[in-house]
Write a protein that binds this ligand. Sequence first.
Ligand code: FES
Length: 172
Amino acid sequence: MTPIPQNKPHPSGDNRFKLLDRAITKHQANGDALIEILHAAQGIFGFLEHDLLIYISRALRLPPSRVYGVATFYHFFRMKPSGEHVFVLCTGTACYVKGAAEIQKAVEHQCGCKFGETTKDGKISLVSARCVGSCGLAPVAVLDNTVAGKLTPEESAKRVAHWQAEKKEVPA
Ligand code: FES
């Protein structure tokens, strides 16, 4: 597959696909790396939705049934987000060296739950990912659909607090 130039938005308008493209390119679009690529996709998007699985099946030239089969077989793949918001923290080597552990602590403290869990009110899911492909911006997190680089623990806790302060929309 042809990598998308860094400075151009992804044709889908969702730049998380650029990160996914990088993970696919890293594995040379090899179908044998399907599990690795599904892990990367879940790390970037927080869960594996229908369109994402189709995108992966096309990129790897695998039948969608195979991709679905693998994604639904393993319990560690999620097909739906559990929280309203998803904070995906990259804990790959570059991000770890640049302070991902401090971010993890600050965010867990702010949320009152651990990575891999969702807050009791169902508002925020904390997910950790291996390298999401933006090591130059380490430490990196994907906040809902936005990639945030060079994060600090303070900034991360502030972003989470902002989600917590959001009021639930009451239907009219
Ligand atoms: S290690 Fe975090 S983006 Fe690569």
